[in-house]
Write a protein that binds this ligand. Structure first.
Ligand SMILES: [Zn+2]
Length: 254
């Protein structure tokens, strides 16, 4: 096991240009269909990739909506480079780095100070507006969004599901081989049990909608958000996120 510092240096996990270059190589090798949703003023493209076998259903997976949450972004590119054959035969839509400007700055928000994850119902924002058009009318079997949390004391999940057979448990069972579950009974202001915050409907009076809830509202019968604890070792957070990504492709990527 590498320490977090070694991992950081080896993987340049806040270097958006380097990570995007690696994604272009993966896209060529795995024969993705690439949509550039938007290009930031610094020139960072925001990619939406569709695997060669993409069709109705399948997996929706995203990372890097918040720039100060590097483990999911590092885990997803590492996983993709190691799983080109899986990607070629999968049915998936990937948005691997939604906020490249924020990742570069190590800020939650984008270059304009906007929290993108409160804007997924905003057609007027250039990133989320392009995202809404790209996924319009599309149904996935499951939506998975990857995040991190500074207050977390372990890995935890938000689960919204219309189908009791679709749950975050198989994902968390794999992730907890690397990190404990967050055992608090209240997480982020919500009641939680064994690291799961369950919701059956969209809460009212939200200032703007996160990606996971827009996916649940219009695009998928279940939408899961996984959070790794920012203060834990980067290597363990990346390993836990990789375990979640593995499970997502295994269960929903076909
Ligand atoms: Zn986040």
């Amino acid at each position: 096991m590498k320490t977090g510092r070694e991992y950081d240096l080896r993987h340049r996990c806040h270097d958006s240009a380097y990570i995007l270059k690696r994604w272009r190589a993966v896209a060529r090798a795995a024969r993705f269909e690439t949509t550039t949703l938007h290009t930031t003023p610094e020139g960072y493209p925001i990619y939406l990739f569709r695997t060669p076998r993409h069709a109705e259903g399948g997996l929706y997976l995203s990372a890097g909506v918040h720039g100060d949450e590097p483990a999911p972004v590092a885990a997803l590119i590492d996983w993709a480079e190691d799983n080109l054959a899986v990607l070629r035969r999968s049915n998936a839509c990937l948005v691997p780095l939604f906020n490249p400007a924020g990742l570069d700055r190590n800020t939650r928000a984008d270059h304009e100070g906007t929290d993108l994850n409160r804007n997924f119902n905003n057609v007027g924002h250039p990133h989320t507006g392009a995202w809404l058009r790209a996924v319009e009318g599309r149904r996935f079997s499951c939506g998975v969004t990857l995040h991190e949390d500074y207050d977390a004391q372990g890995v935890y999940a938000y689960e919204v599901s219309r189908d009791p057979a679709l749950s975050t448990q198989p994902f968390l069972q794999e992730a907890e081989k690397w990190l404990p579950r967050d055992s608090r009974s209240w997480i982020d202001g919500f009641p939680a049990r064994s690291g799961v915050i369950k919701r059956s409907r969209i809460p009212k009076n939200l200032p703007g909608l996160p990606e996971a809830l827009v996916l649940f509202q219009h695009h998928a019968p279940a939408s899961f958000t996984f959070e790794t604890p920012s203060e834990f070792s980067l290597a363990r957070r990346v390993a836990a996120q990789r375990a979640i990504i593995d499970t997502a492709f295994l269960l929903h990527g076909r």
